[in-house]
Write a protein that binds this ligand. Structure first.
Ligand SMILES: NC(=O)c1ccc[n+]([C@@H]2O[C@H](COP(=O)([O-])OP(=O)(O)OC[C@H]3O[C@@H](n4cnc5c(N)ncnc54)[C@H](OP(=O)(O)O)[C@@H]3O)[C@@H](O)[C@H]2O)c1
Length: 264
């Protein structure tokens, strides 16, 4: 008889990038509550102190590493530090990311590089190093690349961000092929619109929130709790036969128009 589904992560070790605030902080705590030991990261180690205490207060081990995903040296150093201190990384959540919101005509070369280098190139090279150093030799891994509703939909003012997220979706499908035979699944968890520092200004605009809410079939913007179950599913043993997939957690905003067509 098969085991009951538990999404229990006891004995697993998870590496989450960008855990100093926002979704990354919540992802890390969710995995720790489910039993995983953690490696947390930020460009500034000092910003992880509180988070580290929250994880260890839950009875889990926690290693903080400095990581700038725009630097290959920083990625290899972070993975080397992890290698010197932990035996394995079973779960990787590639969460570090940024955005520049501007009309397409005002996007600069540097804006483009910042967003695409962080969200797409950074996601790839962190996955590459963790897979190479930990998951492939172990024959096991769960890689969860954070995407967005922009993986599948276009929004004005988000050209570099949309390009990076579309790239994450396509890259994830390739990596699922690359590493499937190594026991590694690679999927995208794609949140809709959540209130974090990255899009605080949008939530300060009541008109925009009303516009957004009207277009979400489930009738409200995302709450942090909404991401926990989908994250645990992709992180757990139970998702063993799911790879290369995009899991949108967006209240349905990506499905298209929500207003009924006029009669006749
Ligand atoms: N909020 C949403 O509604 C939403 C929706 C879809 C997707 N997302 C994606 O989800 C992720 C988290 O978003 P959020 O809203 O929580 O954003 P946030 O509050 O701005 O946090 C971003 C995190 O990424 C880290 N980061 C940024 N640039 C980095 C770099 N070069 N190297 C390493 N870490 C870096 C930051 O860490 P430090 O500054 O401490 O280094 C921070 O912990 C992002 O990838 C975002 O694009 C968010």
């Amino acid at each position: 008889m098969s085991q009951p589904h538990s999404f229990d992560l006891t004995g697993r070790t998870a590496f989450v990038s960008g855990t100093s605030r926002g979704l990354g902080e919540r992802f890390a705590l969710t995995l720790a509550k489910a039993g995983a030991d953690l490696i947390i990261s930020s460009r500034t180690l000092a910003s992880l102190k509180d988070m580290e205490k929250q994880v260890t207060d839950l009875g889990r081990k926690c290693l903080s590493v400095e990581l700038d995903v725009r630097s290959m040296d920083s990625i290899t150093a972070a993975v080397a530090t992890a290698k010197s201190q932990v035996e394995k990384i079973d779960i990787l959540v590639n969460n570090a990311g940024c955005n520049v919101r501007k009309p397409a005509t005002e996007i600069t070369w540097d804006d483009w590089n910042l967003v695409v280098d962080t969200n797409l190139r950074g996601t790839f090279f962190v996955a590459q190093q963790v897979a190479k150093e930990f998951m492939i030799p172990a024959g096991y891994g769960r890689i969860i690349n954070i995407g967005s509703v922009t993986c599948v939909a276009g929004y004005a003012g988000l050209a570099p961000y949309g390009a990076s997220r579309g790239g994450v979706k396509q890259m994830t499908m390739s990596l699922a092929h690359d590493w499937g035979k190594d026991g590694i699944t690679v999927n995208v968890l794609a949140p809709g619109w959540f209130k974090t520092s990255q899009n605080r200004v949008m939530y300060e605009d009541a008109g925009w929130v009303e516009y957004l809410t009207e277009r979400i079939p489930l009738g409200r913007p995302g709450a942090m709790d909404d991401l926990e179950g989908p994250l645990l599913f992709l992180a757990a043993e139970e998702s063993r036969y799911v790879t290369g997939q995009l899991l949108l957690v967006d209240g349905g905003i990506s499905v298209g128009a929500t207003r009924a067509l006029p009669k006749k």
